[in-house]
Ligand binder design. Structure first.
Ligand code: GCB
Length: 635
């Protein structure tokens, strides 16, 4: 009896305290992540990557127990990095966890600065404390969030930073799981997506300082050209009381072009003309150095440097045009995935991936199924690789609890704002992708794309949901293309809202198994049918087959390297006969970890043309032959 009373008292306390805490946590604002932390003559940054203290909290007692004042039984963990494979026996743990580190904030930052804490990615939900005081919360992984912490910093002493992170799979989350859906018992952990639900602080955590009185808050660069003259249009948002500034563009030879910024309110716009412009393209990824300054030229109050390329991207009729010239995407869908690191930033792997993409002659990839680390986009800018940039909206359905659907919509809109805010100045990003394979309830019976299997109400909800996301992202950024990726067997008319049709197809793998002739006929037939219906260029964003590295057999035997190679070759040949196909992206670049499931031997998706440790399978050599040596057709 006494014990029961104690339990209910703890519960009551728990509820009251949670309510009190909830009131103290502000949501992160997408505006605060527009400019990546930068070290320059005025701004400072401190990377807090390293070994942090960590504690699992399966009973969720940390908030009541005030673990934000110090973890009771910490163990070590590396940040960035997923927790799942760093800890013993916790591979499948997705519940509550606590991260803690301590740091001095440099005294030199004290006067005249606003101090921010920026978290590169916390999968999936995070709450943040500084020195035991609540700072803010954020939902959704793979995108950064930042909070100002100036009034909470202790100067001349260590500051404790505490972050609670959990990754519970729920139907009102994106991504999450499907409530009671067919997949509910078919994989473990029960994610509604085909990659392992790695969890934790996956990217760097930064402290950074910016001038307090007046500072640059956001810079949006857009580019066009006419003949040999390029134009860089800058829209600058600031905070504080300063009325002038400037933008300076420098080319590789040090030639400088400049325009003044005259603020009306907190915004200014300016055009910089670039004579004899070097356009940015995969063949020549020419980058200009851009400096934006506030205040007088001799003693700027704030300054920010970035790089941009002058390029345009558009769809005209059946064509995809980069700088007004037809371009075909040759590339991959990828994942951020590596043994032990999980989904944590692994920069040597990232550099290796760019080397291998160049080695096979690829010019593009999709950030399936979530935005990648910022360093990936910087590298793509430098190396001339085109990116389809996707938010983490995989596994969407439109037939379950309307409250969950509404919540998913709010989250997708938030992700789009954060994504565009973060990535809008990268020339490599040519397309925003608002979802991967949103699916009707009765997916599957419709392989040739004819019959529409979604119920009328479901259709209405799905089209509104997807149409609004496309409209939102186009409003945030009218200079790039917008799409979502269509699932095999899904309703073709949902795709109508996209600027360009992007589809995933698996004839010869999930259907027509082993029967190449039928698979090829269906694939070619469906491409024609979609084109006749939608009259837009098509990019096949996924196609492929699992191959166990080292497994050799006849070409018609699944899971062999020969089967994978033959299938990829056949798809590329078919696409070559269809001028409206403007891209072929193989699924996947490298093998990657998934939840446990019957179709996932070793808990891996083996559709990589490279193994998880980046060794080429036969299919990689095929691509190199086609794309680098023979340049067969466009593929
Ligand atoms: C798909 C999904 C991708 C999966 C892939 C597969 O359509 O977009 O996430 O991994 O199929 O291999 O089944």
């Amino acid at each position: 009896m006494r014990k029961m009373l104690f339990v209910s008292l703890v519960c009551a306390l728990n509820i009251i305290t949670n309510v009190a805490y909830a009131a103290d946590f502000t949501d992160a604002s997408p505006m605060d992540i527009a400019l990546y932390p930068q070290q320059n003559a005025i701004r400072n940054r401190l990377d807090l990557s390293g070994i942090w203290s960590f504690q699992l909290d399966p009973k969720e007692e940390g908030e009541v127990g005030e673990w934000f004042n110090g973890l009771p039984q910490p163990q070590s963990i590396a940040v960035p990095g997923s927790w799942n494979d760093q800890l013993d026996q916790q591979h499948n743990y997705l519940g509550c966890t606590w991260y803690e580190t301590e740091t001095f904030v440099p005294t030199a930052w004290r006067d005249g600065n606003e101090i921010f804490l920026r978290i590169g990615s916390a999968v999936y939900f995070a709450k943040v404390w500084i020195n035991g005081q609540p700072v803010g919360k954020h939902e959704g992984g793979h995108l950064p969030f930042a909070f100002t912490i100036t009034d909470k910093v202790k100067w001349g002493a260590k500051n404790r930073i505490t972050i609670m992170v959990e990754n519970k799979l729920r139907p009102d989350r994106v991504p999450g799981n499907v409530a009671g859906g067919a997949l509910a018992s078919q994989n473990y952990p029960n994610a509604n997506y085909d990659f392992f639900p790695y969890s934790g602080l996956h990217r760097a955590v930064w402290l950074y300082s910016v001038p307090k009185a007046a500072r640059i808050n956001d810079i949006t660069l857009t580019t066009t050209f006419s003949g040999t003259v390029g134009k860089i249009h800058a829209k600058v948002q600031k905070v504080g009381n300063v009325s002038a500034g400037r933008i300076v563009v420098a080319d590789r030879d040090g030639r400088k072009m400049e325009a003044q910024l005259r603020f009306k309110g907190q915004e200014a716009e300016a055009d910089v003309q670039v004579p004899d412009v070097n356009l940015w393209s995969p063949e020549s990824p020419y980058l200009y150095n851009v400096t934006v300054e506030l205040g007088g030229a001799n003693r700027p109050i704030d300054s920010y440097q970035l790089q941009t390329g002058v390029r345009t991207i558009e769809v005209q009729g059946d064509d995809l045009l980069l700088n007004g010239k037809s371009i075909t995407l040759r590339g991959f869908g990828k994942h951020e995935d590596f043994p032990i690191f999980g989904r944590g930033v692994a920069q040597p792997v990232m550099i290796r991936d760019f080397e291998l993409m160049k080695w096979v002659g690829a010019n593009s990839f999709r950030t399936s199924h979530y935005p990648y680390d910022e360093s990936v986009y910087e590298e793509a800018d430098k190396q001339g690789i085109l990116i389809i940039d996707e938010i983490p909206s995989v596994g969407l359905v439109f037939y379950d609890d309307p409250k969950d659907i509404d919540r998913r919509k709010v989250l997708c809109s938030q992700y789009l704002q954060e994504l565009v805010s973060r990535d809008k100045n990268h020339p490599s990003v040519i397309m925003w992708c608002v979802a991967n394979e949103p699916s009707p309830k009765n997916l599957g019976s419709n392989v040739m794309g004819g019959k529409n299997d979604a119920a009328e109400e479901e259709n209405r909800i799905a089209k509104k949901f997807l149409g609004e996301l496309i409209a939102e992202v186009k409003q945030l950024d009218p200079t790039r293309l917008a799409t979502f990726v269509g699932v095999m067997g899904g309703p073709a008319d949902w795709l109508d809202v996209c600027d360009i049709i992007t589809i995933n197809r698996y004839y010869g793998w999930y259907t027509n198994i082993g029967n190449f002739a039928t698979a090829e006929r269906y694939f070619g037939g469906e491409l024609d049918k979609l084109h006749n219906e939608l009259h837009k260029p098509i990019v096949v964003t996924e196609f492929g087959a699992d191959a166990i590295a080292g497994q050799h057999a006849n070409e018609d035997e699944m899971f062999s390297e020969e089967y994978q190679q033959k299938m990829i070759n056949a798809y590329l040949d078919i696409a070559n006969t269809k001028p409206f196909v403007k891209g072929m992206m193989i699924w996947a670049f490298a093998d990657f970890r998934t939840s446990q499931a019957l179709m996932r031997v070793r808990s891996m998706n083996l559709k990589g043309v490279f193994t998880q440790d980046r060794r080429p399978k036969m299919a990689a050599w095929l691509l190199r032959k086609r794309w680098v040596e023979e340049k067969k057709g466009v593929y």
